[in-house]
Design a protein around this ligand. Structure first.
Ligand code: F6P
Length: 319
């Protein structure tokens, strides 16, 4: 194998650039040539491909987003799209690929592997919703961003004795809400993975007010409902001086944390090692602090589990 390609696909995540850099530098270190593919699978099909060198990935490790741009491209699920992508791989002499993205991107990667172009997947998404990895690239940064926002909201919440409902991204997963909720000292955390009862939340809020806690933060995962809707339901049970804040895409931006950079670097280098061993169709993860790889097919049948002990912890700590 002489030449590999890299692409990022799906929603961008802080740390993707650190992963791209690690793949490129490790590959160059091993004597391989590296090609960047812009705009994910859409760019692959369009032939938006360029040769990378050390300078291409210089001054990138600290930057959020993805220098290779990203796109959602469902057309790649069809054989026709895949064959057009393969035409481009052949044209550029790319024999293997690293695909950085969520599990939707892994489907494309697996199809390429089946066509004889080994592809390794790296988990790049803030949602932390990929099975067989404890953490995804971008998750730690997004949690830190939410915590910073909660800290700011708490200043104004305390000054006016208000309750803030803070809606955070995560698609169908509650991980960002859970981790940021515990780190931000939330009164309640509402996630898709755990049932909740609005009246019980109102009762707890009232009790904590009686105990002297005059403001509160409730972290709501977007997969449950909108913050306005939740605030409306809650206000039916009392006047909690509610305000709703949707953090939205703010949570996806920003310079990656050291933790995300380190993990992305480890995973990027490991992906190149796997390709050098002639492997493909594998998704890289980190479990119990060790790099692992699992067949992508196994991931499609599995479901990511949120760390629900954090939910119980938050309940125990806020009363
Ligand atoms: O998957 C990452 C994510 O940011 C989710 O948390 C969110 O639901 C979704 O992408 C938003 O997608 P888009 O950027 O296409 O609006």
């Amino acid at each position: 194998m002489k030449r590999i390609g890299i692409l990022t696909s799906g929603g961008d995540a802080p740390g993707m650039n650190a992963a791209i850099r690690a793949v490129a530098r490790k590959a160059l270190h091993e004597g391989l040539e590296v090609y960047g593919i812009n705009y994910g699978f859409a760019g692959l099909v369009a032939g938006d491909i360029f040769k990378m060198d050390l300078h291409t990935v210089g001054d990138k490790i600290q930057r959020g987003g993805t220098m290779l741009y990203s796109a959602r491209y469902p057309e790649f699920a069809k054989e026709e799209g895949q064959l057009r992508g393969i035409e481009q791989l052949n044209k550029f002499g790319i024999e293997a690929l690293v695909v950085i993205g969520g599990d939707g991107s892994y489907h494309g990667a697996l199809r390429l592997t089946e066509h004889g172009y080994n592809a390794i997947g790296l988990p790049g998404t803030i949602d932390n919703d990929i099975p067989y990895t404890d953490f995804t690239i971008g998750f730690d940064t997004s949690v830190n961003t939410v915590v910073e926002a909660i800290d700011r909201l708490r200043d104004t919440a305390a000054s006016h004795e208000r309750t803030f409902v803070v809606e955070v991204m995560g698609r169908g997963a509650g991980d960002i809400a859970l981790w940021a909720g515990v780190a931000g000292g939330a009164q309640d955390i509402i996630i898709p993975e755990h049932e909740f009862n609005v009246k019980a939340i109102a009762d707890r809020l009232r009790r904590s007010r009686e105990l002297g806690q005059k403001h509160a933060i409730i972290v709501l995962a977007e997969g449950v409902m909108h913050a306005d809707e939740f605030a409306k339901e809650l206000s039916a049970y009392g006047d909690f001086q509610l305000r709703a804040t949707v953090l939205g895409h703010v949570v996806r931006g920003g310079s990656p944390t050291a933790r995300d950079r380190v993990m992305a670097s480890q995973m990027g280098a490991y992906a190149v090692e796997l390709l050098l061993q002639g492997k493909g169709g594998l998704a890289v993860g980190i479990q119990n602090n060790k790099l692992v790889s699992h067949p992508m097919l196994d991931l499609f049948d599995a479901k990511h589990q949120a760390e629900l002990s954090l939910y119980d912890l938050a309940q125990d700590l806020s009363f």
